[in-house]
Ligand binder design. Sequence first.
Ligand SMILES: [Zn+2]
Length: 107
Amino acid sequence: MNCKEIQRMIPNFIKQELKEESLAEFVAHIDACDECREELAIHYLTTEGIHRLENGASFSLDDELDDMLDQAERKLKIEMIAENICKCFELVAIVAVGFSVALMMLI
Ligand SMILES: [Zn+2]
């Protein structure tokens, strides 16, 4: 994905509406690209930051942005682990079925 495509995804990222595959690419790109990270910071500041300041809450752009990216990375990791667990179960099920079929043929 190029910078233009990534920057088009920024509003959806802030709303946490990115799908898993796009989120992975988005986070990887933001980690590596200063220009898009800056763009994300500006968007985040104008949407979330202003809202927060209006409510009189303190707001640290860098911290919050890092938190948000961390959260996204954590979410991706959990989803990856969950997927692997599912694959493991599938494998166990396949082996179990194969084993019972073999047993039935022996009997
Ligand atoms: Zn970029």
